[in-house]
Design a protein around this ligand. Structure first.
Ligand SMILES: *Cc1c(COP(=O)(O)O)cnc(C)c1O
Length: 212
């Protein structure tokens, strides 16, 4: 602990890539102190003054709060009857607003509903910028529910965020991560703090992954 941590967290990112599968390599995975910090870094890099972020409420309440702390204007696209979110509805709101960053949450918090991949595909096809799929509860989805990870090769501006807080019962360690094109992760290097992820955090996360 008298040394600075590996600032690229290469070992942890390799382990996370192996956990996610889908042929991902460590350069397509990025980790930070909880997915809240991952989301903050995304908003710092791609949002900010004069830019907008769009979500579909009710959804995870931290998306608008973190957006506002980065000076990003928050737009609520709402939902249809029964909190539904269909592909045409989502794509329509994205086209109307031309939001720089779009947040989808699947399974959604607080409604628990997972999004069919057609909704993510429609959103990614319509979005002029980044589409973030917050999959904090992916491991709790019904068996056979597809992850947006499978769409990453088709959409270079798609980002899937995950966390070790829920499925790994590791909220106190603060480990969140994302999978995206390596270019997206390069862009995050501009906003991340040097040595943001401590050696203890990296070691704890890697130990937990060994006991998946
Ligand atoms: C709990 C939760 C998170 C965040 O968690 P971290 O502990 O910051 O990793 C992110 N998104 C959703 C939808 C959540 O429910």
């Amino acid at each position: 602990l008298n040394r600075y941590p590996d600032r690229d967290a290469a070992g942890l990112r390799s382990d996370l890539a192996a956990y996610l599968g889908c042929g991902l390599t460590w350069r397509q995975v990025w980790a930070a102190n909880g997915s809240n910090e991952v989301i903050q870094q995304l908003l710092q890099a791609f949002g900010g003054h004069g830019r907008t972020a769009l979500g579909f409420e009710p959804s995870y309440s931290m998306h608008p709060l973190i957006a506002r702390t980065t000076g990003t204007e928050w737009l609520d696209g709402g939902r249809g009857d029964g909190f539904s979110l269909g592909p045409d509805y989502a794509a329509g709101r994205i086209r109307e607003t031309a939001a720089d960053i779009v947040f989808l949450t699947s399974p959604n918090n607080p409604t628990g509903t997972a999004l069919p991949l057609e909704v993510v595909e429609a959103a990614a096809a319509a979005a002029p910028g980044i589409v973030v799929v917050d999959e904090a509860y992916a491991e709790f989805a019904r068996p056979g529910t597809p992850s947006a990870l499978t769409l990453l090769p088709a959409f270079p501006r798609l980002v899937v965020t995950r966390t070790m807080s829920k499925a790994f019962a590791l909220a106190g360690a603060r480990v969140g991560y994302l999978a995206a094109a390596a270019d997206v992760i390069d862009a995050l290097q501009v906003v991340r703090l040097p040595y943001h992820l401590s050696s203890l955090t990296q070691a704890a996360a890697r130990a937990a992954l060994r006991h998946t």
